[in-house]
Design a protein around this ligand. Structure first.
Ligand code: CS2
Length: 494
């Protein structure tokens, strides 16, 4: 088989082996600027938008992908070499794969070397939406103070150097300031991150920053910028080297960074786009008045489920989520956690069959073709637990419901943070708070509840005797019996 480097020039040859965009990409204008062009954006919003662009009337909704951080240089170079094109490989449950080239990213910019171009692009009149996947930790929210964290060095840098920003807050502020000064319209800032009320969070954090950086811009933003909430979903593991090789061997396409994902996808969005929006509903997105119940369901079942499987699985010594869920003791524990502790907190979910949703999650987690890395799931747990797991604990404490299973997962996380699995193997911990977590984990060996004093994660949860006692008991059980035997003991009780 002849090999072709993925780029515009080779697209018609490539179309002989896999599906490619059939719309004229040269006619597509940039209506969306997206910050954070990692795997998830490319399996989700860029995929939906690619489907949409096949309708010629949608041609004003192309995407300009922004690589914001120095860390993003590789994805920027890849997209640049491939004219924004990349391959999406959907891995079905039965092992078959659907592969297609996605063409919706029509421009790309590397912010560290092109700051002004990025600000100009965000301020450009044809851009109606600035969307974000900047990760849960990217919003700079501090759980202890419940406020924007001004102590972060990069935020300090942006306040002192407004023309040379490094953070998303500095960039958005400069771009919106330009829009105001030039008498242009506002735009929609659309978060695609896993945060409850992600639009509200984006607005609150941005306005906190702006109130300090350019106070006179606050009112303008209130009137001219909208921040819809959205629930986003598609499991997208990190691309493995074997995905790149297989793609080349089976299709002849040479793509330096294809994206792999599961077949399931969901995007539920509040219809609040101040300067208009693409008709994403024609390609499967749902627009609703209030997305909150969907977000809550997804974050506290799917994302929390991931963290449960990830942390417990990591300690046992597993590498992937499917390995973890295929251990029936662990999957029974997860089922119990979902039924006993999460479900009572979800309220009325009109039109959703929760039992089916939970069963479908276990099936999705078990997709052996996805091989979602436990390292990916456990990374940045300090930003994930406060969003995925702790809200359930707080709601259960108010209602005097059980918190035993959540406490068990938090205790497992404390032990995980010591840095070794139960077989003594080193764990790869990627977390912005890695050293603080480790410090408290070491203190917990003597006094387990020390871990809960990490206020920027747990807030005042350590003042709950019920939670503290459940956590301490779980910690001691795991230390004495190991994760799996402790899970078996808990399962026998439920
Ligand atoms: C995962 C998510 O990062 C995580 O911990 O739970 O990336 C998850 O795979 C996506 O939100 C699925 O939609």
């Amino acid at each position: 088989m002849k090999n072709y480097q993925l780029n515009t020039e080779n697209l018609s040859k490539i179309s002989e082996s896999i599906a490619v965009p059939t719309y004229d990409r040269t006619k597509v204008k940039t209506g969306i600027v997206h910050v954070g062009i990692g795997g998830f954006h490319r399996s989700h919003e860029a995929f939906y938008t690619d489907q949409l662009l096949h309708d010629p009337s949608a041609s004003e909704w192309g995407i300009c992908g922004i690589a914001l951080l120095e860390f993003d240089t590789k994805i920027y170079q890849t997209l640049k070499n491939q004219n924004g094109l990349y391959t999406l490989i959907v891995k079905e449950l039965d092992g078959t794969q659907t592969t297609r080239v996605i063409g919706s990213i029509v421009e790309y910019l590397y912010a560290p070397e092109n700051t002004l171009a990025v600000i100009e692009k965000m301020a450009s009149p044809e851009v109606k939406i600035i969307s974000l996947t900047i990760t849960e930790g990217g919003y700079n929210y501090n759980e202890a103070t419940k406020e924007f964290d001004f102590s972060t060095p990069s935020i300090q840098h942006d306040l002192e150097n407004p023309d040379a920003p490094k953070t998303i807050f500095g960039y958005l502020t400069q771009a919106l300031k330009l829009r105001k000064e030039r008498g242009l319209k506002g735009c929609t800032i659309q978060s695609c991150d896993n945060i409850q009320g992600n639009g509200h969070m984006t607005k609150r954090m941005l306005l906190s920053y702006v109130a300090k950086a350019v106070p006179e811009l606050v009112d303008w933003i209130e009137c001219h910028v909208s921040f819809p909430n959205a629930m986003v979903d598609r499991i997208t593991p990190a691309t493995a080297a074997s995905d790149i090789t297989n793609l080349k061997e089976t299709t002849g396409v040479q793509d330096a960074w294809p994206v792999v994902c599961e077949p399931f996808k969901q995007w539920v969005i509040e219809d609040d786009f101040i300067e208009g929006r693409p008709a994403w509903e024609t390609v499967g997105a749902q627009f609703v008045e209030n997305v909150e119940p969907y977000e809550k369901m997804k974050l506290s079942l799917l994302n929390a489920g991931h963290s449960v499987l990830g942390i417990l699985g990591a300690l046992i010594g597993y590498d992937t989520i499917d390995e973890s869920v295929s251990n029936s003791n662990i999957s029974t524990f997860l089922h119990n956690y979902m039924d006993i502790e999460v479900t009572p907190t979800l309220g009325d979910l009109e039109g959703i069959n929760l039992k089916e949703y939970k069963d479908s999650l276990i099936e999705r987690f078990g997709n052996i073709n996805i091989k979602d890395q436990i390292d990916r799931i456990c990374s940045e747990s300090s930003a994930k637990f406060p969003i995925f797991i702790l809200p359930t604990v707080k709601a259960q404490l108010v209602e005097k419901g059980s918190v035993e299973l959540a406490a068990f997962v938090v205790a497992a996380w404390a032990i995980y943070s010591l840095g070794k699995d139960e077989n003594g193997k080193e764990l790869v911990i990627k977390d912005a708070m890695k050293s603080q977590l480790h410090e408290k984990a070491v203190a917990s060996v003597i006094e387990p509840a020390s871990f809960l004093t990490l206020e920027s994660i747990f807030g005042n949860l350590s003042s709950s005797t019920i939670f503290k006692d459940a956590f301490t008991k779980a910690y001691q059980d795991i230390t004495k019996n190991g994760v799996e035997q402790s899970v078996i003991n808990l399962n026998a009780k439920n």
